[in-house]
Design a protein around this ligand. Structure first.
Ligand code: CU
Length: 65
């Protein structure tokens, strides 16, 4: 289980967008996003570079902190 800080989420739509984007990354499953904590947790079924995650998250308008 890995955890990343996600900055910029303000509502349920943000949570849905982040959850969907992370789930679509190959190797990531079981995504859970916590709005209050500003965190996403997920399982890494195969190694995923943090740069990949940062790129996907910034691509939808948020920032990995
Ligand atoms: Cu939102």
């Amino acid at each position: 289980m890995a955890t990343v800080k996600i900055n910029g989420m303000t509502c349920g739509h943000c949570v849905s967008a982040v959850t969907k984007a992370l789930t679509e990354i190959t190797g990531i499953s079981n995504v859970s996003v916590n709005l209050e904590k500003g965190e996403a947790t997920y399982n890494e079924d195969s190694p995923v570079a943090i740069e990949k995650i940062k790129g996907v998250i910034s691509g939808i308008g948020f920032e990995v902190g």
